[in-house]
Design a protein around this ligand. Structure first.
Ligand SMILES: O=c1[nH]c(=O)c2[nH]c(=O)[nH]c2[nH]1
Length: 285
């Protein structure tokens, strides 16, 4: 006897660019949406009964339809709208999962002024939100990926375990480079509530973490990761938990003594692999 313990289905990588025509200036958004449904799909799997299946093609169309209707300027609010729309029309659905990834378009500055309708793609950094809405409420997590940052001072790594396999030299001065992935959980009231400025919250969390990264006297990646998460939780009461993933993208000082030169921490080889992986989840007690 076999039982199905979980299932969900939907459409992934639904990409859209949205332009809002305001008087005198445009807004530009580029989003990639994933929408997945959980629900009463036992007979769909066991008998091939499609009578309760909303086609994934229709889910894709729903993304475009709602994008046209929506006034949302944040991925979080658009995810809430998607969740409410699909739950409202589909009694067979017990939970909707929406993930939206945004890439960063920045308005061009021309002759010192913001241009009304020209933009530039920023770095590879992506802004993301994950919503899970069921009949009892909404959970909302947001975050960012691939924010590449480096500090060239106030970073060391010393006093670690030294055994017969240790070749690493302790240093009080090294480069600290990482591609930050961070995500945070919004409290229930914020996740389900209306009128929340999620873009402002995101900006505050992002800035707080960057400020903390820049200012920290780092004894290790772990030490700085904790400081960044701790400051974000202390400053932004709307979040209850934060997870940070910080690969240690090693920059190795070049041995210039072979050429009769000193290298006072100025010339390095950046390396992608192997890299350290440092990760932690922090929450307010
Ligand atoms: O900040 C660091 N944490 C480590 O755990 C570690 N391990 C290592 O080799 N270098 C570093 N740096």
């Amino acid at each position: 006897m076999i039982e199905m313990t979980a299932n969900r289905y939907g459409k992934s990588r639904v990409r859209l660019v949205k332009v809002t025509h305001n008087e005198g200036y445009h807004e530009l958004y580029e989003w990639m949406v994933e929408v997945l449904l959980e629900g009463d799909y036992e007979t769909a799997h066991t008998l091939g009964d499609n009578s309760k299946i909303l086609p994934t093609d229709t889910m894709k169309n729903t993304v475009y339809f709602l994008a046209r209707e929506s006034k949302a300027t944040s991925i979080e609010v658009f995810a809430q709208e998607m969740g409410a729309f699909l739950m409202g029309r589909n009694p067979q659905v017990s939970a909707v999962h929406v993930k939206i990834e945004a890439v960063m378009w920045k308005r061009l500055t021309i002759d010192g002024s913001p241009h009304p309708d020209s933009f530039m793609r920023g770095s590879n950094e992506r802004q993301i939100t994950w919503l899970r809405q069921d009949r009892s409420g909404t959970k909302l997590r947001s975050g960012l990926e691939d924010l590449v940052i480096m500090k060239t001072a106030k970073s060391g790594f010393e006093d670690y375990i030294v055994d017969e396999l240790t070749t690493l030299k302790p240093t009080a001065d090294r480069l600290f480079c990482t591609a930050l992935t961070a995500d945070w959980v919004y409290s229930g009231a914020i996740a389900g509530g209306g009128g929340v400025d999620f873009n402002a919250l995101r900006e505050e969390i992002r800035e707080t973490m960057l400020e903390s990264f820049a200012g920290h006297d780092s004894l290790s990646v772990q030490h700085t990761l904790y400081a960044m998460g701790e400051t974000a939780l202390n400053k932004v009461k709307a979040i209850t938990e934060v997870h940070l993933l910080m690969p240690n993208k090693h920059c190795i000082p070049v041995d210039l003594s072979r050429f009769g030169q000193e290298n006072p921490n100025e010339i390095f080889v950046p390396t992608d692999e192997p890299h350290g992986t440092i990760e932690a989840t922090l929450r307010r007690k």
